[in-house]
Design a protein around this ligand. Structure first.
Ligand SMILES: Cc1ncc(COP(=O)(O)O)c(C=O)c1O
Length: 217
């Protein structure tokens, strides 16, 4: 989100008395240019709850994230957390505290960025090579995913079993809409699989799509 858009959003929410939840687990995974600081939370601190996570930059298994919230709602957040799972393991919190304190995390994050950027580039090239006909996507400037729009009329949820049979998988896009879901969308992750396998996966997706289009014709 551009600097200007963030300011407009923060001001509009403040004027309307609407709280903002700024859920930013991928914020540190930028590739092309560092996103403009500061986050929304710094512009409208009285009505923004900022959520961060160590899952994407350290290890998801730690189950550790953090909240920056207005003081007034902090007791309620604490109550909700305690009602949900009592508390996050103290051991995990101490481990993360230590890797922040000794500088490891600061040195580690750029290596994650560089690695994921190589994966992003591999997927960008593979999509261009194998899937350009009738599909649309934007090259993400950070994060872990490509968002794909398949040709109109293709249902990504219905197509998934055929893709899995061939040996690749994706997340159907319909689950990400609040309403008016677009059935012809899907999300592709580029982080876990090595670049060589990314190309094979995209090729299998292209074959699955070609088969589906042929069956629909
Ligand atoms: C948009 C978004 N918010 C928050 C999270 C939280 O991740 P975690 O619970 O592992 O910190 C995720 C994880 O996939 C996510 O995609």
């Amino acid at each position: 989100m551009s600097d200007k858009r963030r300011t407009v959003l923060a001001e509009a929410a403040q004027a309307m008395g609407l709280p903002i939840v700024e859920d930013n687990p991928y914020g540190d995974l930028w590739f092309d240019a560092e996103p403009p600081p500061p986050p929304l939370a710094a512009r409208a601190p009285a009505n923004t709850v900022y959520l961060g996570s160590f899952s994407k930059v350290l290890a998801p298994g730690l189950r550790l994230g953090y909240v920056v919230a207005p003081k007034a709602i902090f007791p309620k957040l604490l109550q909700a957390k305690q009602a949900a799972d009592l508390h996050t393991p103290g051991f995990n919190q101490r481990v993360v505290h230590e890797v922040i304190r000794d500088g490891f995390l600061r040195e580690h994050v750029p290596t994650v960025r560089a690695r994921y950027q190589r994966h992003r580039d591999a997927m960008r090239d593979a999509l261009q090579k194998h899937l350009s006909a009738g599909c649309r996507w934007r090259v993400p400037s950070g994060g872990m995913f490509f968002w794909l729009e398949l040709p109109e009329g293709i249902d990504a949820t219905a197509m998934l079993p055929k893709a899995v049979e061939r040996g690749m998988a994706y997340v159907p896009g319909a689950a990400f809409f609040a309403d008016h879901a677009k059935a012809n969308t899907l999300r592709l992750s580029f982080v876990t699989v090595p670049p060589e396998e990314i190309e094979r996966g995209v090729m299998l997706l292209a074959q699955t799509l070609a088969q589906t289009l042929k069956e629909a014709a």
